[in-house]
Design a protein. Structure first.
Length: 101
């Protein structure tokens, strides 16, 4: 599996990205560069990519491994602490029961 990070910092508008902003970004700023999914342009977007990791559709396990490496690299850049050591640990865990229900 490919897991070498391809993410590179790119100065981009912070906050919500409109379609033109998204289109103007280089592939290297995305967690999933081949699919141009989950831009990692600021700390907020990195946190969002972590939270929504398991919701990304149409990607392979190899894509997820690369995205995890990219998220880790961006998180380090934006000083976001990550406890996860594998992409399997991100997002919801459907096999875990929610005891609050």
């Amino acid at each position: 599996m490919t897991d070498k990070a391809t993410w590179k910092f790119h100065s981009a508008p912070h906050g919500k990205l409109d379609a033109a902003d998204h289109e103007a970004l280089p592939d290297s700023v995305f967690a999933f560069p081949k699919h141009r999914k989950e831009p990692l342009t600021d700390a907020s977007h990195v946190r969002n990519a972590i939270a929504r990791f398991d919701q990304v559709k149409g990607v392979s396990d190899e894509d997820r491994a690369l995205a995890f490496s990219n998220i880790k690299k961006a998180a380090k850049h934006f000083e976001i602490e990550m406890q996860e050591e594998s992409w399997h640990q991100l997002g919801k865990h459907p096999h875990a029961k929610d005891s609050s229900k």
